[in-house]
Design a protein around this ligand. Structure first.
Ligand code: NAP
Length: 305
């Protein structure tokens, strides 16, 4: 348990709705672990600056501005941002990191020098399992990304950061695809990025070294669905990486099919953990956070272990 004292500092997540968020479970477990770890050496937890609690804040869109002003007034240290506020928060912060600017969305805000600074830790979350598990040179590799919504933006930026030679984004709505492509026009990312209609998938899959599902197809409760047919996925090269951003079920139908083809599967849970790890490091201004506690807590909470 996190011990709440008169000096407890506030962290949290804003969204509408926010009840479904797994972040409070994950972050409070990490904060409790940090407190226990430090308290075993020193009794005065608050003095060590580890006296934090992480709360869910349901904030309707029309209350966003006043809520953020209120956060400043009561000394909130930082917060995560989820749907529908990831873009709307941008004009309300004083500074936006280049990464968040490139993606066009903020998922983490911290208080620095009495000002709000917005960043996006989804990129770090996305690339962490690729970097730690499969150390490779990506400069000759091709990424194929299914879907062109909010999460796809972090995935595109992550693939660019890793140095992919080509990044193909596949979507079903021509207008939204074009808007997606246009949104990168002033960024170096546009040089490696191509957008395609879903019908072009059969020619793209055989080229894919990394195939990422950013659509919600296959997410609980529709666990028998997959963004690709068995015939389509049969053309995925052996040894390719199939990455699904979905974490319930774990694995998805898409990942099961891909593994049968000899692909390496990565599910969305580690991305969720690592975006949280990156946010906690920013708020606590320390490099060491209890990653394993965060991972294990989520797995237990989701009934995965
Ligand atoms: P979003 O902004 O709504 O985007 C969803 C995308 O999927 C859109 O491009 C949408 O196309 C496409 N899509 C939806 N249904 C489709 C269908 N039947 N066929 C083809 N395309 C379809 O959602 P998001 O925020 O990007 O989230 C997407 C998924 O990623 C969710 O499952 C979410 O849980 C997961 N996610 C996981 C993490 C993590 O940490 N693991 C982080 C973020 C998101 P249209 O534009 O044409 O509707």
């Amino acid at each position: 348990m996190v011990l709440i004292t008169g000096k407890t500092k506030l962290l949290g997540v804003i969204g509408h709705p926010v009840e479904h968020s797994l972040s409070p479970v994950m972050h409070n477990a990490a904060l409790a672990q940090l407190v226990v770890g430090e308290a075993s050496r020193r009794e005065d937890i608050a003095h060590l600056g580890l006296d934090y609690v992480y709360l869910p804040f349901p904030i309707a869109p029309e209350n966003l501005e006043i809520a953020i002003a209120g956060f400043a007034a009561i000394g909130v240290i930082g917060f995560n941002v989820t749907i529908p506020h990831k873009q709307a928060i941008m004009p309300l912060v004083s500074e936006i990191t280049p990464l968040a600017q490139a993606i066009g969305a903020v998922n983490t805000v911290s208080r620095q020098n009495n000002q709000w600074v917005g960043t996006n830790t989804d990129i770090e979350g996305f690339i962490a399992p690729l970097q730690t598990t499969y150390q490779q040179d990506w400069s000759q590799k091709v990424a194929v990304i299914l879907g062109n919504g909010g999460a796809a933006r972090a995935v595109v930026a992550g693939c660019h950061q890793l140095g992919f030679a080509k990044i193909h984004v596949v979507g079903r709505n021509v207008q939204r695809l074009q808007e997606f492509a246009n949104s990168w026009n002033n960024s170096p990312i546009s040089e490696n990025l191509q957008v395609h209609h879903w019908e072009e998938l059969p020619k793209l899959i055989p080229q894919a070294n990394l195939l990422v599902n950013t659509t919600p197809i296959g997410m609980y409760p529709k666990v028998d669905e997959s963004p690709l047919s068995v015939e389509e996925i049969a053309n995925l090269p052996k040894g390719a990486i199939a990455y699904d951003l979905i974490y319930i079920p774990k694995p998805t139908q898409f990942l099961k099919q891909a593994e049968k083809q000899g692909a390496i599967a990565i599910d969305g849970l580690e991305m969720l953990v690592q975006q949280g790890v990156a946010a906690l490091k920013i708020w606590l201004q320390q490099e060491i956070v209890p990653v394993e506690v965060m991972r294990q807590t989520l797995q237990n909470h989701l009934g995965l272990s």
